[in-house]
Design a protein around this ligand. Structure first.
Ligand SMILES: [Zn+2]
Length: 217
């Protein structure tokens, strides 16, 4: 099975965020005017550096095209035009989407384990429509006729209609991946992770055997 384009994109983006890393929360700039805008720009501009600190190997396309949603931000403070402001806003939102998507997935993995337990323990409770999580991110787009359109963000688009059991987290490297087979455990069957995982399993088995032997003596 293959993930949808939206899901593949989501997985790619969230994997740029390292496991357990709490990405900086960008706050909305206080006040108005160029100072506030610069505050926001500075925060966005510092992002690649922040990510680098988290030992992320950023490639140029990520900075220029992916993170900033395909737009380059003009850093010239003398150009205070509306289009530039909208671009900044867009870049800001883009960052938040990636950040929140990673958080949402983390929550989903946690809740899913819990849900499996609930379904197992209470198979007849009729709770097949259980609320897994409340997802409230969407973009409101006002078109040229001034009509409001609610569009789900990257996470919303990617997750719609997906069997969430197929989205998994590699126990070795922490990357999110789409399970192409039911028994997929690690991100890639021909990766280091697969080797590490089987070694760990072997060691665990060995330890259990040893423990049993000790207990029997
Ligand atoms: Zn892995």
């Amino acid at each position: 099975m293959q993930p949808s384009t939206a899901l593949a994109e989501l997985i790619h983006l969230v994997n740029l965020v390292p496991r357990d890393a709490v990405l900086e929360e960008l706050s909305e700039p206080h006040g108005r005017g160029p100072e506030a805008e610069w505050e926001m720009l500075a925060a966005i501009d510092a992002l690649p550096e922040t990510l680098m600190k988290l030992k992320l190997h950023l490639r140029e396309p990520f900075q220029g095209e992916v993170l900033y949603g395909g737009v380059r931000i003009d850093l010239d403070p003398n150009k205070q035009d509306l289009a530039r402001k909208l671009r900044i806003k867009r870049a800001f939102e883009r960052y938040r989407v990636i950040r929140n998507a990673r958080e949402n997935l983390r929550e989903l993995f946690e809740m899913r384990a819990h849900l499996e337990q609930v379904y197992k323990d209470f198979p007849d409770e009729g709770i097949d429509g259980a609320v897994l999580m409340v997802y409230e991110r969407a973009v409101v787009v006002i078109d040229k006729n001034y009509t409001a359109n609610i569009r789900p963000d990257l996470f919303g688009k990617a997750i719609q209609g997906v069997d969430v059991r197929n989205i998994r987290e590699c126990p070795v490297c922490g990357k999110v991946f789409f399970a192409r087979r039911k028994d997929s455990v690690v991100c890639d069957p021909i990766s280091k992770c697969a080797k590490t995982h089987s070694k760990r399993a072997e060691r665990k088995n060995l330890m259990m055997k040893l423990r049993r032997r000790v207990n029997n003596n």
